[in-house]
Design a protein around this ligand. Structure first.
Ligand SMILES: Cc1cc2nc3c(=O)[nH]c(=O)nc-3n(C[C@H](O)[C@H](O)[C@H](O)COP(=O)(O)OP(=O)(O)OC[C@H]3O[C@@H](n4cnc5c(N)ncnc54)[C@H](O)[C@@H]3O)c2cc1C
Length: 263
């Protein structure tokens, strides 16, 4: 671990100003990715700007949507009564992230800003048509996740909250890595006013939708409609845990499970 200066601003504007005046700064949320990355020498920021005191915690219900502050932990999403009643699939997803310690510190803002290809939240944001609010603009989820560990965020931009429509039936099915609990493949299915959406995480370099499955589900929303539909293995991830072919198979199985679990 290298030396760095720690800053604890008390407003979003203050945090942005710290970042602007640093020639190599990083925002810190729960530190669940940031700190191990620094310990391993993969990042060595000169300034660490902690968002803990800038007031981005909390969950509110707002005419047909749930607005979740960027610093809200996975544990708080999992246990929140409003999320449980309005969007139980999202509470279930949060409850399945990592272990108790990761859920107690990890945040929704940190998870989506990091855009790990195996993170769970990106699938929910894309399938539900969520909107990411930053300090400067609103970004539809479909435009937010660019590629592996890459998002549409500018260097000095802070995720403030994520707004999820609550009008869809939805469910998430994940095949977790047995050690980390990250998704080897996770499929979030939503069936709302604009039709069915199927978003996949863990299988590719970033979250992606499966239009063939969405069209089939629009023709009849049942797992049987997905019979025989698969994704090509060509561009899928390959590592010691699973081959591209195995991941492609898991996408079909997890999609069917998610459709069956939709409520
Ligand atoms: C052992 C382990 C198991 C895990 N298992 C899972 C799993 O099963 N599923 C899963 O989805 N995830 C998993 N994670 C990831 C975890 O859930 C965290 O969400 C993720 O590590 C990000 O952590 P954090 O919120 O503490 O953000 P940090 O680590 O503090 O920050 C991550 C990155 O986001 C940036 N950032 C943070 N907040 C903001 C913001 N508001 N605006 C702009 N940029 C910001 C930071 O600068 C940094 O680059 C696991 C992590 C660990 C260590």
């Amino acid at each position: 671990m290298q030396n760095f200066d720690y800053h604890k601003p008390n407003s979003v504007d203050d945090a942005v100003n710290h970042m602007k005046s640093s020639d190599d700064g990083k925002f810190l949320a729960g530190g669940m990715t940031m700190l191990p990355t620094m310990k391993q020498g993969l990042a060595a920021p000169k300034d660490l700007i902690d968002l803990v005191g800038v007031g981005l915690n909390g969950i509110t219900e707002n005419s047909g949507s749930l607005v979740i502050g960027a610093m809200t932990t996975h544990a708080d999403v999992a246990s929140n009564a409003t999320v449980r009643s309005k969007l139980p699939a999202l509470a279930d997803l949060a409850e399945g992230i990592g272990d108790r310690q990761v859920r107690a510190k990890g945040t929704i803002g940190g998870s989506i800003s990091n855009n790990d290809p195996a993170a769970d939240y990106p699938a929910a944001l894309v399938a539900l048509g969520a909107t990411v609010k930053t300090n400067t603009r609103e970004i539809p989820a479909g435009d937010f996740f660019v590629d592996m560990f890459e998002t549409a965020l500018a260097e000095e931009e802070i995720v403030v909250s994520v707004s999820f429509p609550t009008t869809a039936q939805a469910a998430y099915a994940k095949f977790p890595n047995p050690a980390s609990r990250y998704a080897m493949v996770g499929v979030f299915v939503a069936n709302g006013p604009d039709g069915a959406r199927v978003a996949v995480t863990g299988a590719g370099s970033s979250v992606f939708r499966v239009s063939a499955m969405e069209s089939a589900l629009d023709g009849g929303f049942s797992s049987g409609s997905l019979d025989g539909i698969s994704v090509p293995a060509d561009d899928l991830n390959s590592d010691i845990h699973a081959s591209p072919e195995y991941r492609a198979h898991l996408v079909s199985v997890m999609a069917m499970r998610a459709v069956d679990a939709c409520s």
